[in-house]
Design a protein around this ligand. Structure first.
Ligand SMILES: N[C@H](CCC[C@H](N)C(=O)O)C(=O)O
Length: 286
């Protein structure tokens, strides 16, 4: 019976079970299966998925991320903030700025403190990808998908698609509380026009500096927050003229607020909280 030390952490309620794979040998463990098991709120610990903090040859640490359904994600904004917090507080890194490797590439993290605890983390999430082939999305229309008609069943929506290393379909609505999140989220996330699936976001513009946001995540369903989604939604708002370029936007997610900024070098910066919920040991092979 293998016992796995874990830390449960969340970014605005978007929680994952984190395993330090630098100290715990995960060789031979089926990570997709483990993600499904450990995420189960009844027979597991309960989370939106599994994240390993692993050795990296090109950065200070590596994040390996799985959604609740066992699908592997290429990157995860809330996960990156928690990986940064854990890495600093557990001496995996010594500087307060360091690099994290993901399947979508390298990101730079900076941790800031209240007393000796990491309270807020800023991540440079890199450059948004806008071309149809980069999302990826099928179709022969124009390369960038900005306010494009998107027929789903008997409803015609306006789609803006952005990749932050993972795919996001953003729909602007008048009232976030009336957004068809549970009706259309599970349908759009598996729509064949997105060959790798897609994270689905509904966004209500409050003003040019604020937006309300809800998400149906690829592989996890409705979560309390989605960091890459908040980045993608901010880029989409700028593309549609709802927010100023190089502006800072406060994104109000179900679980709290993220500060997102697109700088003059086309880099997307995300700042927000990262919190530890619990530590313990998980019994594998049950
Ligand atoms: N479901 C996403 C990964 C997690 C993203 C989200 N939790 C975040 O904070 O960015 C995907 O399959 O692309």
């Amino acid at each position: 019976m293998q016992r796995l030390p874990f830390t449960k952490m969340h970014g605005l309620g978007n929680s994952y079970i984190y395993i330090n794979a630098i100290e715990t040998d995960m060789t031979g463990v089926d990570l997709a299966e483990l993600a499904q098991q450990i995420s189960n709120v009844n027979t597991g610990i309960g989370s939106d998925g599994l994240i390993l903090i692993a050795p990296s040859e090109i950065a200070d640490v590596k994040m390996i991320m799985y959604n609740k359904d066992g699908s592997e994600g290429k990157t995860c904004g809330n996960g990156l903030r928690c990986v940064a917090k854990y890495s600093y507080e557990n001496q995996l890194v010594t500087s307060k700025t360091f690099a994290i490797e993901t399947k979508a590439g390298l990101v730079d993290a900076e941790v800031s403190f209240i007393e000796d605890q990491v309270d807020v983390v800023t991540i440079n999430m890199g450059e948004p990808l806008l071309n149809r082939s980069q999302i990826p999305m099928l179709g022969k229309e124009q390369e960038k998908i900005v306010n494009e008609p998107f027929q789903i069943g008997d409803q015609l929506l306006q789609l803006t698609a952005v990749s932050m290393g993972n795919p996001h379909a953003i729909f602007f609505v008048e009232d976030i509380n009336a957004a068809p999140l549970y009706e259309l989220g599970p349908i759009i996330t598996n729509d064949s026009r997105f060959p790798e699936g897609v994270n689905v976001e509904f966004v209500e513009i409050v003003n040019e500096r604020e937006m309300n946001f809800r998400v149906w995540e690829r592989g996890s369903g409705v979560t309390q927050a989605c960091g890459t989604g908040a980045c993608a939604a901010t880029v989409a708002a700028i593309l549609n003229g709802y927010a100023p370029k190089n502006g800072a936007v406060t994104v109000h997610l179900d679980g709290g607020d993220l500060e997102i900024r697109l700088d003059q070098h086309n880099q997307v910066w995300m700042t927000g909280a990262a919190e530890v919920t619990a530590t313990g040991t998980y019994q594998l092979n049950r």
